[in-house]
Ligand binder design. Structure first.
Ligand SMILES: [Zn+2]
Length: 299
């Protein structure tokens, strides 16, 4: 897949390596204001921006590693993001903690994760200069941008609406066939529903996302529902499996989210488990599922 840029008025969309698939994402650049959003797309394009000396600040849609890979090119620039996602950016061990249950020892996994963050994702702790808040409107010259706090995928996930060109950046509400991702400790499925509902009602003309297709020049239409339907389909598969009592290990071993074991398997097994735990939380609350502390089953 070729790496390229597309301009929507003052907003430049930078296609990520591998079509913006993990571990990459797409970036945005608002040249006149020197704002780079999510510097983890194309090393070549981002190096050119860094060399130009035009960049003034880096904005992050959220804390995940596939949105910060080339943040190291912009070490002297201030970072703006939502306050709720700051902690992992400031400390490597906290970053790792946010993927795992508290109080459970995943020492082997920490050892897998730490060098990946350092070597592949160029992780360095950073201080955050400014917290972006929901509803803030920021003047970037010929374009004004509205900050939208869109929790669910992560607590501090942000979307940006560029008013004049009608460009809505959806971040990791990415409308991919894979569906919503809620595999870290602080993801929240109910918030994802609310976030999608909010975003689909914004009167945009262009929709940009962080991964895969990335650019939608006409209304994504049925994709909004199809995206949310993935959550329901996963939940239905889980409910089918719970006609017999099942342990958490058995549930995670079904690979309902990923479909099959994904490498590195020890890491994705945890993400699968946390995603299933998010479903179980909802189902226990609604009293559709009960648990004896060890096994889960339909009520
Ligand atoms: Zn993410």
């Amino acid at each position: 897949m070729s790496e390229s840029t597309v301009k929507f008025g003052p907003v430049t969309f930078i296609t990520g390596t591998k079509g913006g698939r993990y571990p990459y994402c797409h970036s945005l650049y608002i040249e006149e204001a020197g704002v780079i959003i999510d510097p983890a797309s194309s090393l070549e394009q981002l190096q050119a921006i860094a060399r130009s000396g035009q960049a003034q600040s880096v904005w992050l849609s959220h804390w995940h590693e596939d949105h910060i890979m080339y943040l190291n090119l912009f070490e002297s620039l201030p970072i703006w993001m939502h306050e709720a996602d700051v902690a992992p950016l400031t400390d490597l061990e906290t970053f790792i903690d946010w993927y795992f249950y508290p109080g459970v020892e995943y020492e082997g996994l920490r050892e897998t994760w730490r060098p990946m963050l350092l070597d592949l994702f160029n992780y360095k702790p950073r201080q955050i200069s400014r917290f972006l808040k929901d509803g803030e409107v920021i003047d970037l010259g010929s374009v004004t941008v509205e900050v939208l706090h869109c929790p669910g995928h992560s607590p501090g996930s942000l979307s940006f609406y560029f008013r004049e060109p009608g460009v809505l950046f959806l971040g990791d509400t990415d409308l991919t066939p894979f569906g919503p991702w809620y595999g870290d400790l602080y993801s929240d499925i109910d918030e994802i529903y609310r976030t999608v509902d909010r975003l689909r009602n914004i009167p945009a003309r262009i929709w940009l996302t962080s991964h895969e297709q990335g650019v939608f020049e006409s209304d994504p239409g049925p994709l909004w529902d199809e995206y949310l339907q993935v959550i329901q389909t996963r939940e239905d598969k889980l409910l089918d499996f719970l006609t017999e009592p099942r342990t958490m290990a058995e549930i995670a071993g079904r690979w309902i989210v990923y479909g099959k074991p994904k490498q590195p398997v020890e890491m994705f097994a945890i993400i699968e488990e946390i995603s299933m735990a998010k479903h179980l939380e909802r189902l226990l609350k609604k009293e559709i599922v009960i648990s004896d502390g060890e096994r889960y089953r339909l009520k």
